[in-house]
Design a protein around this ligand. Structure first.
Ligand code: ADP
Ligand code: MG
Length: 720
């Protein structure tokens, strides 16, 4: 059994298409019949309130749609009044229309134009017609005019509306799909999901769902069909997860079994006690390390919850373990950060944590390499050449390798890479680990760390192959950030408070939604504050005596680093920035963050931004400015002040705004339909349960060739 050849047929061979239409379909990512079938309506609109010409009866008041034909202008035979006559045609028939005393009709309509006609149907000895009806030229016919298959019984509000492109309209899709549905081979489309699974959750079959989603007779049909496709997609994502999980479990992992007493000695050197969450996460990881299988774990914790310490303790156990069958050296750890700034910060932290041990730490970024300890500067690091760096990583001398993406370049070869830590990375699977570890036959353990609070359902779906550890509380003694939602009238009062903070030597972030000055033409559309303009204004009018600098995503990495360094050394008092500061930068002396245009951000993102100011011991403040007058928006923003942690905020985001908008399906590589399902924990759990059962009983899916094939097709798209 395989995907029906009907479905893989190119659209080009099935429909007659103009060049413009071909281009449009390409742009929409549609090349096969299957693609058309899976190009779901984005919403459903008004159905056609008109009647088919075939169905009109004498005496009733109706609206019809159609094309004008046989139009003639002249004079009435009897009264010599101006007279126009012609026909309106639709796919079901034609009807005669006469206009008397309406000389302007000629200007309104022409032969072949599409029109809407409303009036009373006249009946002269069984010949139906219209006399002086209202007529209006229209650009396109309502979608279902002339379609007997669904036309009659389509309910109000259930006409499919698609994302369109020039030349390919919703109407085109409607008709194209009718042709597909009516084709005899459509019957050959086989459902990849086993019937008993569909039955368990009351989901319709594939063919029914396709018809219902594209041409629903009623709204509930469309809903049930969307549910089915959401399930289908989440089910396939989970199957891939379960397969990765299974594949991982058959590989060997490094056994790291450090006496707990040694671990305690290491952690006692921290200037703080570990939180329960940190201790528990460390225990989870150390337990995984002993199993002889590669760990795959996600560590989720708010900004400032102390993920680095968890990384350090667990890295410690690896880099103080000897490789098997080798009397010298240690296992190695790779620690990858999303930006150069962060990689440098981790490098500095790790030097602090490891300086009492005979452990070498390396840093590799796009701009160069460093090594600790330095032979020349005891207790410090030194710049080294890339080739020297690569040599020392390859012979195992550098035990902890910290870096940006530069870390996964081909040239970087490890001797005994046992543990990979990824900070703020979305996906990093067995395949990538294997690549990083190159020739090793043992796969490194993986710890993926994230401060991006995402709802549980999304985590279960997107990270379903990973085990989860949570840091759900903040270190003790950390004062919560005082958060205020500020109306425009209170702006000056807030600036007053900030003046006080600045006078006391604190620093301030100001986040603006945009980079450049508003384009005057677009001013109405987006008049949000911009980094450049706001920085100028603040310097001129508000904070004259303080040093202000800017940062945004269009700056080069080196420029950003430079600004960040100045801010971090307190050569800059106020940093006006876009949300690029979102990811993990650490400046403990910055205690205030202002967010302009707060309503433009999701709660999770605001929470992330606020995380910039919880690093120090001083009381921190977050002021969210909003111009919005809407109670709903203000209530939403107020959740920032009341929710306990980022996870809670992400759940609120999900309920209020929906997953698609917030977490952008594209970012995760999943469709809008599946994103809708992320609101539905029952469905996500069902898909997870079914996929796990299937892989457990049949890891290679030998009994499910169609599923296997579909899955392979999906993977290809994902990793291209
Ligand atoms: P994140 O989870 O955002 O990566 P970090 O690991 O950078 O957080 O930690 C933030 C700050 O909290 C650091 O300055 C770190 O030294 C400190 N810290 C970590 N764990 C604790 C703890 N248990 N008690 C007090 N402070 C801690
Ligand atoms: Mg961090």
């Amino acid at each position: 059994m395989s995907l029906s050849p009907f479905l893989s047929q190119p659209v080009k061979s099935f429909f007659r298409l103009s060049d413009v239409q071909n281009q449009a379909l390409k742009k929409l990512g549609i090349s096969t019949i299957n693609d058309i079938l899976y190009h779901f309506p984005v919403r459903y609109g008004e159905s056609n309130p008109g009647k088919l010409i075939r169905d009109i009866v004498g005496g009733e008041q109706v609206t019809i749609y159609g094309k004008v034909t046989g139009l003639k202008m002249g004079k009435s035979f009897k009264s010599h009044a101006p007279k126009a006559e012609g026909y309106i045609e639709d796919d079901s028939g034609r009807v005669k229309v006469i206009w008397l005393h309406q000389p302007y009709i000629a200007r309104l309509i022409q032969n072949e134009s599409l029109v809407k006609v409303s009036g009373k149907v006249s009946d002269r000895n069984g010949v139906l017609g219209f006399m002086n009806p209202e007529i209006e030229s229209i650009g396109a016919l309502p979608i279902n005019i002339g379609e007997s298959l669904f036309g009659e019984s389509v309910q109000h509000g259930s006409m499919p509306i698609y994302s369109e492109s020039k030349g390919i309209t919703s109407r085109w899709f409607f008709h194209a799909l009718q042709k597909v549905f009516k084709h005899p081979d459509f019957e050959s489309v086989v459902d990849p999901i086993p019937e008993e699974i569909l039955a368990r959750y009351n989901l319709p079959s594939l063919r029914t769902s396709l018809i219902w989603i594209h041409a629903p007779q009623k709204e509930s049909d469309a809903q049930v069909a969307r549910k089915r496709f959401a399930f289908e997609e989440v089910f396939f994502i989970q199957l891939a997860n379960e397969q990765r999980r299974h594949e991982n479990s058959i590989h060997k992992g490094f056994i790291i079994d450090k006496p707990i007493a040694d671990v305690d000695v290491f952690t006692k050197r921290f200037p703080f006690p570990l939180t329960d969450g940190q201790q528990k996460s460390i225990n989870d990881i150390l337990a995984d390390f002993k199993k002889g299988q590669p760990m795959s774990r996600l560590l989720e914790g708010d900004v400032g919850s102390g993920k680095t310490a968890v990384a350090a303790v667990t890295a410690y156990t690896a880099v103080t373990t000897r490789p098997k069958n080798q009397g010298y050296g240690t296992l190695q750890v790779a620690y990858m950060a999303p930006t150069e700034i962060l990689a440098k910060q981790h490098f500095e932290s790790f030097i602090k944590y490891f300086s009492h041990l005979p452990i070498s730490i390396g840093l590799i970024t796009g701009t160069g390499c460093r090594k600790f300890p330095s032979k020349l500067k005891p207790g410090g690091w030194t710049d080294i050449s890339r080739s020297q760096f690569l040599k020392w990583v390859a012979n195992g001398e550098i035990a902890v390798v910290i870096g940006t993406h530069a870390l996964i370049q081909k040239a970087v070869k490890f001797k005994h890479l046992s543990y990979v830590i990824i900070d703020e990375q979305h996906r990093f699977g067995t395949a990538q680990r294997q690549k990083l570890a190159r020739k090793q036959d043992i796969i490194p353990h993986l710890l993926s760390m994230t401060a991006t609070p995402i709802p549980r359902t999304l985590a279960l779906t997107m990270y379903g192959d990973l085990d989860l550890s949570l840091l759900d509380q903040m270190p003790m003694g950390r004062k919560p950030v005082i958060t205020e939602i500020v109306a425009p009238a209170k702006r000056d009062a807030v600036y007053e408070k900030i003046h006080k903070e600045l006078k006391e030597g604190r620093q301030v972030y100001i986040i603006c939604p945009r980079i450049d000055e508003p384009d005057p033409e677009k001013e109405k559309a987006i008049n949000a504050k911009s980094v450049k303009e706001e920085a100028k204004r603040l310097k001129k009018d508000i904070f004259k005596d303080y040093k202000i600098d800017i940062m945004h995503s269009k700056m080069k990495p080196a420029e950003k680093d430079d600004v960040m360094e100045k801010f971090s050394n307190h050569n800059v008092d106020i940093l006006v920035s876009t949300s690029v500061v979102e990811v993990g930068v650490n400046v403990p002396n910055a205690t205030v963050i202002i967010i302009e245009g707060g309503e433009r951000f999701g709660l999770s993102q605001l929470h992330q931004l606020r995380g910039r100011v919880i690093r120090g011991n001083h009381q921190a403040y977050c002021y969210v400015f909003t111009e919005s007058q809407s109670d709903k928006t203000i209530d939403r923003l107020k959740a920032l002040a009341t929710a306990k942690n980022g996870f809670e905020l992400s759940e609120i985001d999900l309920q209020l705004r929906g997953a698609g908008e917030l977490y952008g399906g594209k970012q995760w590589g999943i469709s809008d339909v599946a994103m809708e399902a992320i609101k539905n924990i029952k469905m996500v759990e069902a898909a997870r349960k079914e996929s796990r059962a299937m892989i457990e009983s049949d890891p290679t899916l030998s009994q499910y060739p169609l599923i296997k094939q579909t899955l392979e097709g999906r993977e290809e798209i994902h990793f291209e």
